[in-house]
Design a protein around this ligand. Structure first.
Ligand code: GLN
Length: 475
């Protein structure tokens, strides 16, 4: 039923009447129902989606439909959508309803996309496997004994299992790119500030970004044209010209590519390494200039990331205290106990671990040793990238050190879990964009992702190389 390759083709089919949008939405809804065991959705908006399909279909007939007319989109359940539940996959927000709509989501709706539901994720987007959700695990559709990645696991699965066209995830340290790699699809983390964070429940405010999962570069580029831009409701969003990403996709500019040697060192799965380097070899044969570069501070990225993001999280999550939002414990004798019991009972283990870590690194006496030092290292990590991008346009790296791991394999070992973010956290520390693109499968038939990184606000270059690789692989 989704015999279209990308949104452009879908829109042509809709316009010519060869595809009924209502039927298309019903197809996705049926798929969601048939594949309930994947647990990709926290909430599905059945009737609403069908109603929207109806009205968008009318608009298409009248030639008044927007750019994303009929694109069926699922959004991660950390994003606000007015009058719809917003739980962050946490018990503390189980019964919470949004009072407004996130800017990025509103922009989709304004262009006539159809929001089909809200996807499962790690609680407050903290995790790499979707095993930290109050709504339960999400299964990887490629192999149901494996994790889909996290924290945007449900969003990745919704696209990979054909439960929608595109989905929104959020990426604080890899939560779009890593699940995209594990599920064999495309996932983009835009430049920090490119997309408004208004309506995104804050985890680590100076790291968080919203971005799309999709099945091709074209749809990623199209969605980015729509959701990018300055927003007065988010002072960290940045006024920048939004390139016409779609029309520049095929410009083959033979961009200069850097291979950061630290990303191919110990700990990287051999099959992933070979697959990435094979692509690099092909690019060389086609005339791309490729050179080795160094990001010497790479070994500090995980430590820096987990100090700074937990610090920000401990402060951001202070607002969930039982007084203002969601869950309140009913066994308390005074105000302090009300806070204590609500937070103790409402938050899951990983969230509590991070609040405690973050509170510790910010506490007087440890602030200088941890938080301040990590801020300085963050700056040095950014400088590594600035130096690399003086020499090359783009960097190619693996997205993840391993393919999708087994459910339960790392859930008792937070350090091992944190190490699965080794190649993705650096982009958030430096505020640069990164995209994971699927480049094939390993000997066990599990997807492998290749990550492309660029300097801030150079998504256009990422798309051009991603499009080139996508077309090479599919030809
Ligand atoms: N896996 C990382 C973490 O647990 C990244 C999370 C994210 O990007 N939201 O923090």
């Amino acid at each position: 039923m989704t015999f279209y390759k990308n949104h452009k083709e879908k829109l042509e089919l809709l316009k010519s009447g060869k595809l009924s949008l209502t039927e298309n939405v019903k197809f996705f809804l049926k798929n969601i129902g048939d594949q309930k065991d994947l647990n990709a959705f926290n909430f599905v908006f059945n009737e609403e989606a069908i109603q929207s399909a109806d009205s968008v279909e009318q608009k298409i007939k009248n030639n008044s439909a927007g750019k994303l007319a009929g694109m069926v989109i699922a959004i991660k359940d950390v994003l606000a959508y007015k009058d719809h539940p917003l739980t962050c996959s946490s018990n503390i927000l189980k019964n919470f309803t949004s009072l407004y709509t996130a800017t990025a989501v509103q922009k989709l709706i304004d262009e006539d996309a159809i929001i089909i539901g809200k996807t499962n994720c790690d609680e407050f987007a903290m995790g790499s496997s979707n095993e930290n959700s109050a709504f339960g695990n999400v299964l990887n559709p490629v192999d149901k004994t494996r994790v889909p990645g996290g924290s945007s696991g449900g969003s990745a699965v919704a696209v990979a299992a054909n439960l929608c066209d595109v989905s929104f995830g959020t990426d604080t340290g890899g939560s779009i790119r890593q699940p995209a790699a594990f599920c064999g699809i495309f996932g983009l983390k835009p430049t920090y500030g490119r997309v408004s964070r208004f309506g995104l429940t804050a985890f680590a405010s100076s790291f968080d970004s919203i971005g799309p999962f999709s099945k091709n570069v074209e749809d990623t580029a199209l969605v980015m044209e729509v959701i990018s831009g300055k927003d007065l409701n988010d002072s960290t969003s940045i006024e920048k010209i939004i390139p016409n990403f779609s029309s520049s996709l095929s410009k083959d500019k033979k961009l200069k590519i850097g291979i950061p040697k630290e990303y191919f060192a110990d700990g990287l799965d051999e099959e992933i390494k070979t697959a990435i380097l094979n692509i690099v070899d092909e690019l060389k044969l086609e005339g791309y200039e490729v050179k080795e570069v160094s990001l010497p501070k790479t070994e500090y990225t995980i430590a820096t990331y987990y100090i700074l993001t937990t610090a920000e999280a401990s402060s951001n999550l202070a607002r969930f205290d039982g007084a203002r939002y969601g869950f309140r414990a009913n066994d308390y004798k005074n105000l302090k106990e009300m806070y204590l019991n609500s937070r103790t009972q409402g938050f899951g283990t990983e969230v509590k671990r991070r609040i405690m870590l973050g509170t510790y690194v910010l506490s007087s006496g440890y602030y200088d040793a941890y938080y301040r030092k990590a801020q300085k290292v963050r700056r040095l990590i950014k400088e590594d990238f600035d130096n690399a991008f003086k020499q090359v346009d783009l960097l190619i790296t693996p997205t993840t050190p391993t393919v999708a791991f087994k459910i339960g394999e790392k859930s008792d070992d937070p350090l091992q879990m944190y190490l699965s973010d080794i190649y993705t956290t650096s982009a958030n520390l430096a505020g640069i964009p990164g995209m994971s693109i699927p480049i094939g499968k390993n000997s066990e038939n599990l997807p492998i992702g290749l990550q492309i990184l660029s300097q801030q606000f150079e998504e256009e270059k990422i798309f051009q190389l991603a499009k080139h690789i996508q077309d090479e692989i599919s030809s």
